[in-house]
Ligand binder design. Structure first.
Ligand code: C5P
Length: 315
């Protein structure tokens, strides 16, 4: 993260004792293919990440004592602060580099929890990058990304200042790439009142594979990421729409039919494509403009007032 160009924006000039303020952006997976289970229990995947405009706000304030303090009014964050990824990020840096300063971490939450939008991972990356500045650590981006991988598979993506990236390994090996003319996609995002557990979904994916060896083939596509990146590099919405894919959809949809129904409703309403993000529960759609995003959002809100519906774009 840098002070100027980063999407974890530092909105203030750095001054001693002045808080650092960051937008902590969400992501969607334009594609996610599960390849195989690894010896360490994780799964090798291939994914295309896209950073989107829905964001939390993170405010970091230096403390002279060594306390790490989490301040948030958000419901549903872990009560035990040592389970909070933002807390764990600060603790990791403090222990690894023998830091005797502390920090107040204020989190204003807008990204729904357990939705596959990477909110917790993004907060963790912001805290790592922010404390790199606040505590004067001078760590390189690659070093920060390696530390980020210890906190969660999605955290390294958010360390890189990029709108799009390919992820491999367990999602932690990141290769940023640029879309043509910094082309930006418009989406609508629908989030039901369901929080999905990622370990549970991977566990069910394993169980489906054990029950039927063909399952892996059914939830795997070989070449589409190449078409997807070509679509992004040539600004072709139809190539992008055609090649969006998520291996975990079937598993999550079977557990939560309500999430499948969101995808069907989006497709019926006439969007170009719709896909679940990560292990769910959010489903996003591709639309062609800000105006269309607004229109489809109103349509979806009318269908179910319990859904959170957001117009978002690539950032
Ligand atoms: O890395 P992260 O903490 O986000 O992963 C949460 C859980 O999701 C892991 O403990 C693992 O069960 C599962 N997972 C996986 N393969 C991945 C990513 C996550 O099996 N590539």
């Amino acid at each position: 993260m840098s002070g100027d160009g980063s999407r974890c924006h530092n909105m203030n000039y750095r001054q001693e004792n002045r808080p650092l303020v960051f937008n902590s952006y969400a992501k969607v997976n334009l594609s996610l293919t599960v390849l195989n289970k690894r010896k360490d229990g994780y799964h090798n995947i291939k994914t295309i990440f896209e950073r989107i405009s829905l964001s939390d706000r993170i405010i970091l304030k230096l403390r002279r004592d060594s306390k790490i303090n989490i301040i948030s009014a958000a419901e549903g964050l872990p009560k035990d602060k040592t389970k909070n990824l933002a807390y764990r990020s600060a603790e990791l840096l403090q222990k690894k580099f023998n830091i005797n300063k502390g920090v107040d971490i204020k989190i204003l939450k807008r990204i729904p929890l357990g939705s596959g939008l990477g909110g917790g991972s993004s907060n963790a990356a912001c805290v790592l990058s922010g404390l790199n500045q606040l505590w004067g650590l001078n760590l390189s981006r690659d070093k920060l990304a390696r530390l980020a991988a210890r906190l969660g598979s999605d955290v390294p993506f958010f360390i890189y200042d990029t709108a799009f990236a390919q992820g491999s390994g367990r999602g932690d090996k990141i290769k940023p790439f640029k879309a043509k003319n910094n082309f930006s996609l418009w989406h609508i995002l629908v989030v039901p009142e369901i929080q999905v557990s990622t370990p549970l979904i991977y566990h069910k994916w394993d169980a489906c594979l054990a029950a039927d060896r063909r399952f892996s083939g059914l939830t795997r596509r070989q070449y589409d990421d190449k078409i997807l990146t070509l679509g992004l590099k040539t600004e072709s919405l139809s190539l992008i729409a055609k090649s969006m894919f998520n291996s975990l959809e079937e598993v999550t949809f079977n557990l939560y039919p309500g999430i499948r129904s969101i995808k069907e409703k989006l497709l019926n309403s006439g969007v170009k494509a719709a896909l679940m993000s990560g292990s769910g529960s959010a489903v996003f759609a591709i639309v062609s403009s800000r105006r269309e995003a607004g229109l489809f959002c109103r349509k979806m809100r009318r269908l179910n007032r319990h859904w959170q519906v957001f117009p978002v774009r690539t950032v």
